[in-house]
Design a protein around this ligand. Structure first.
Ligand code: ZN
Length: 158
């Protein structure tokens, strides 16, 4: 019995701690909760320099889709934007414009969202741990678009 208890204790200690966060857009139209492991006291939040992450203000964590609970059909409520490879929805609130994150359902198995920690209620971004992503160099489709713009009519970069 003692050994069983000891084993359970060890498993609990070894299992990465997880944490659940309530989050949403600025106006309240988009609301959701997500669980990540480890929690944000240890999680290294992705701070990427690619054109998308720069423009959308992303500071990302990557919960599995099964660990994201969208309230009031929040996912369906999002407006979506795709660029370059056109494989990922960049999600926004259609009412207040808040940037929510990335839907990687076509690119990551198992399906993981990239959720911007800026959406978490009461988040103190000075207390987070960041890791720098070099998407500008390493993910060419999201290369630096500074000084250029997408011509929607002609479907080409200017
Ligand atoms: Zn909103």
């Amino acid at each position: 019995m003692a050994s069983t208890e000891q084993k359970q204790t060890q498993e609990q200690e070894q299992a990465p701690p997880s944490a659940t966060y309530e989050a949403g857009c600025h106006c309240g139209y988009i609301k959701f909760a997500f669980t990540i492991s480890p929690g944000l006291d240890e999680y290294k939040v992705m701070q990427c320099n690619c054109s998308g992450c720069t423009r959308f203000g992303y500071l990302l964590v990557y919960p599995e889709a099964k660990d994201v609970v969208w309230h009031n059909n929040g996912r369906e409520r999002c407006s979506n934007y795709r660029f370059n490879t056109k494989l990922k929805d960049q999600m926004f609130c259609p009412k207040c414009g808040a940037s929510i994150g990335i839907d990687n359902r076509e690119t990551l198995k198992p399906h993981r969202y990239g959720i911007s920690v800026r959406t978490i209620y009461g988040i103190d971004m000075d207390k987070l741990i960041y890791k720098k992503g070099d998407g500008r160099q390493k993910m060419l489709p999201a290369g630096d678009l500074s000084g250029h713009y997408w011509d929607e009519e002609k479907q080409e970069m200017k």
